[in-house]
Design a protein around this ligand. Structure first.
Ligand SMILES: Cc1ncc(COP(=O)(O)O)c(C=O)c1O
Length: 380
């Protein structure tokens, strides 16, 4: 398949210096930050060192990051809060809802732990039932998931893309059903935001959380949390000095919570993280998610084709609506740890997850880099 072109002015080596040396295919793990994100942190460091009075300006710039994050998922900026990571955003939901004994949370048995332990905690504390649907051959059967809905189902909590299989759940279909049944829908979108189209309105998503350090190409420690406008007043936030309407009127205590998603932000921001994420989101917006996904789709198709020729078993579904940026595969004979180590010695990065091999290229990777990986992998 032809790789959709990048703008001619886009210099891959300049925008992603990692590509000068490494064939890096672990964007589902921790990504290199975009060069422009790195530049934003350097500028911040210099300003913080020399002109600390810029605090006000940084907080204004933070609103640009919020707007870009909102645009990425078709939300209103008033529905976006900054969070430390995906886990914190999910914890906002787990700790913010008033749970009742007998409520049911429906999820899968192959979630990343950040989308498991908060629900186990809620189950322990409030007598909520946490139901986990298993995976079959790298897929979640949506019919099986939906069949597990009962009149007590209070929330469906799942990943848009599952981290170990790369399986893309049909969140639009699940969200539509949840909305008609009055069930809350909470999505861990760290494996989709920045690579696949995400539309919280079209997908009827109520809560979404995604850290910046994977497909968003930002640094660790700064994520985005989306809460549907109508639900903001229903979620009890962790309280600090900033959640209130007159946060900067320090001495006049007025405990009136903000009406927008900033009510979930309890204190000072991770400013370098916010500025860097903003710069990374500018890069993604410039290329556009459709082009990003078409490139990743073409690169992963090329990879899958080559892997099959070399005798590997593909675990990830490659169906049109189930594929993602993650390709999980297995060797019938070779030791996976040895493969990962050997590739690293050739400056090629893939990882092992749940004993599978996992490669996750991003839009700036090239067809030549995929060939490099295919040549370096042992055959059968
Ligand atoms: C699906 C999923 N959720 C969450 C995380 C990590 O969450 P956090 O941003 O809290 O570190 C990962 C990391 O691998 C993940 O794959």
């Amino acid at each position: 398949m032809q790789l959709p072109p990048l703008p001619t002015s886009f210099d891959i080596a300049r925008e992603f210096p990692i590509s000068r040396r490494w064939a890096f295919f672990n964007h589902a793990g921790v990504s290199p930050i975009a060069a422009r994100a790195a530049a934003a942190i350097r500028t911040y460091a210099q300003q913080a060192e020399e002109d600390a009075y810029l605090t006000g300006r940084w907080y204004k710039q933070a609103e640009r990051t919020r707007t870009l994050a909102a645009q990425l998922i078709n939300a209103d900026p008033k529905e976006i809060a900054f969070c430390k990571n995906t886990s914190e955003g999910l914890a906002f939901v787990a700790n913010g809802i008033e749970w009742h004994a007998g409520d049911e949370i429906l999820s899968t048995a192959v979630e990343y732990p950040s989308n498991v332990y908060p629900w186990m905690d809620v189950a322990q504390r409030f007598g909520v039932k946490h139901i986990m649907i298993p995976e079959h051959d790298g897929r979640i059967d949506i019919a099986e998931l939906l069949a597990a809905i009962t009149p007590r189902t209070r929330m469906v909590a799942l990943s848009h893309v599952e981290y170990a299989s790369g399986y893309r759940n049909d969140v639009a279909a699940i969200g539509a059903l949840c909305r008609t049944r009055g069930i809350l829908f909470c999505v861990d979108a760290i494996q989709s935001c920045g690579v696949l189209p995400v539309d919280v309105q079209a997908m009827n998503i109520d809560f979404l959380s995604a850290d910046g350090h994977k497909w968003l190409l930002g640094p660790e420690g700064l994520g985005i949390f989306y809460c549907r406008r109508e639900l903001i007043p229903t979620l009890r936030p962790e309280i600090g000095w900033m959640n209130v309407i007159n946060a900067q009127d320090y001495g006049h205590y007025d405990f009136t919570l903000r009406p927008d998603a900033k009510r979930f932000e309890c204190g000072s921001y991770n400013i370098p993280g916010v500025l860097a994420l903003g710069a990374a989101l500018e890069v993604l917006a410039e290329i556009g998610i459709p082009t990003i996904w078409n490139r990743v789709r073409a690169l992963t198709d090329q990879l899958v084709e080559g892997l099959l020729k070399k005798g590997y078993r593909i675990i990830s579904s490659r169906a049109e609506n189930e594929a993602s940026g993650i390709v999980s595969f297995a060797s019938p004979t070779h030791d996976h740890n040895t493969i990962v180590r050997d590739l690293e010695s050739q400056e090629i990065i893939i990882v092992m997850r749940e004993s599978r091999l996992r490669a996750s290229p991003h839009f700036y990777n090239t067809a030549e880099q995929i060939d490099q990986l295919l040549v370096a992998l042992p055959k059968h």
